[in-house]
Design a protein around this ligand. Structure first.
Ligand SMILES: O=P(O)(O)OC[C@H]1O[C@H](OP(=O)(O)OP(=O)(O)O)[C@H](O)[C@@H]1O
Ligand SMILES: O=C(O)c1cc(=O)[nH]c(=O)[nH]1
Length: 218
């Protein structure tokens, strides 16, 4: 586990974004942990989060021209990451969509820079891949090219329903379907490493291990 990945898990726990306990996911699974990116909700924390996104993107070596953040959470993520990239000497344009088209003024659904060149989609998590599918469609419709997806946490769990689980995770399916990399700041492996490093978290470690056994990709 790289230092940045470890730091990100610790940061997410410290800010209350990553919690351990009992949670229901979008797919209806009972998860022993949950990552609520909506709780990165003050200026200092958002600034730190953006540093993680920006550094992970630069470290990935992916070639990109601009960022796209799907509404709503992706809007702040793409904007803040553009600020962090500029501070690192890589000024980068960004755009995002409206969930409902505006029928007055400038109109339309895309706000910000015109979609052009190689576009990185920035979001918090991928569950079923709906947000990425819609983003890819908007980027292609504008004549631009999706270059990668950048997310905060890859849960590394198989899609589908109990009894008929897909062999692939939603992240792997997105990557295969669109032929682009999905880069995550951290993943379930890193989260598990964090739990394993602290004996007082043994109970959560066991719960996460059992969940991973049931739903994790191999
Ligand atoms: O892979 P998916 O099944 O699309 O799930 C992931 C998406 O769901 C959440 O956003 P949501 O659509 O709830 O919108 P929000 O950003 O307005 O909360 C999340 O922020 C991702 O964008
Ligand atoms: O699968 C989900 O619904 C989900 C899991 C998670 O950890 N965080 C999140 O925002 N959604």
């Amino acid at each position: 586990m790289s230092n940045l990945r470890q730091q990100f898990i610790a940061f997410s726990v410290a800010t209350g974004v990553l919690k351990f306990g009992q949670f229901t996911t979008k797919a209806g699974r009972q998860s022993p942990y949950f990552f609520n990116a909506g709780l990165f909700h003050d200026g200092a924390t958002l600034g730190q989060l953006a540093q993680f996104y920006a550094q992970t993107l630069l470290d990935s070596g992916v070639e990109f021209d601009m960022l796209f953040g799907p509404a709503y959470k992706g809007i702040t993520l793409a904007s803040a990451t553009a600020v962090a990239l500029a501070a690192k000497g890589r000024d980068t344009a960004f755009a995002y969509n409206r969930k409902e088209a505006k029928d007055h003024g400038e109109g339309g659904t895309i706000v910000g820079a015109g979609l052009t060149g190689k576009v990185v989609i920035i979001d918090d998590v991928i569950s079923a891949g709906t947000s990425v599918r819609e983003s890819v469609a908007m980027i292609r419709a504008a004549g631009a090219e999706p270059a990668a997806v950048l997310i905060a946490l890859d849960r590394m769990e198989r899609g589908g329903k109990d009894g008929v689980l897909s062999p692939l995770s939603a992240v792997q399916e997105v990557s295969d379907t669109y032929g682009i990399p999905v880069i995550s700041i951290a993943n379930l492996e890193d989260l598990f490493g964090y739990l394993s490093a602290d004996a007082s978290l043994g109970e959560h470690r066991e719960a996460v291990a059992a969940y991973r056994q049931q739903y994790g990709v191999v």
